[in-house]
Design a protein around this ligand. Structure first.
Ligand code: ATP
Ligand code: MG
Length: 145
């Protein structure tokens, strides 16, 4: 009994982090999906999405109209919208959840097609995704993407 408890504990400690340390969180090793969130200029959305659609096995894309500001707080932008003392710029947010192997392709496609070289081109953020559940089929994990 004590032996089987010990071996259960040992199996919980079998994940090795990149720096060589062990962790008791095996789930860390199983994260194989990322969310890519890009904030871009609205006039670039057609170029970006039409190139994303050419990528084989693209699982899906979510697009939202958003507003925000970067480091300059939209002060110098010609297209700024002011609300009281706050200035915003209209942007578009693109969200894509993909297996790790697709991250590079998605990021480079967005980057290449959203770039003008001027301030306000936007940013791309990349996050680990713990899990995905497909509502229709109850599939979970990478197969549900
Ligand atoms: N750190 C951040 N966190 C959340 N949203 C951000 C962040 N940085 C930028 N954004 C969003 O991205 C939009 C575009 O940002 P922008 O490209 O102006 O960033 P920047 O750091 O000011 O770069 P640049 O010097 O090229 O203008 C902002 O309006 C805001 O919606
Ligand atoms: Mg800016």
């Amino acid at each position: 009994m004590a032996g089987s408890r010990r071996s259960k504990l040992r199996s919980r400690c079998n994940t090795t982090l990149e720096d060589g340390r062990k962790t008791s969180l095996p789930a860390l090793k199983e994260i194989r999906m990322k969310e890519i969130k890009a904030i871009i200029r609205p006039f670039k959305i057609l170029d970006v999405v039409s190139e994303l659609q050419k990528i084989e096995n693209l699982p899906g894309v979510t697009i939202s109209d958003i507003r925000g500001f970067g480091k300059s707080k939209a002060k110098d932008s010609k297209e700024k919208i002011t609300e009281g003392l706050i200035a915003y710029v209209q942007k578009v947010k693109i969200e894509v959840v993909v297996p790790d192997e697709m991250v590079e392709t998605i990021v480079s496609t967005i980057q290449a097609n959203a770039h003008t070289g001027n301030p306000g081109d936007g940013k791309i953020f990349i996050y680990p995704v713990d899990d995905v559940i497909k509502i229709r089929t109850n599939e979970k994990g990478i197969g549900a993407i």
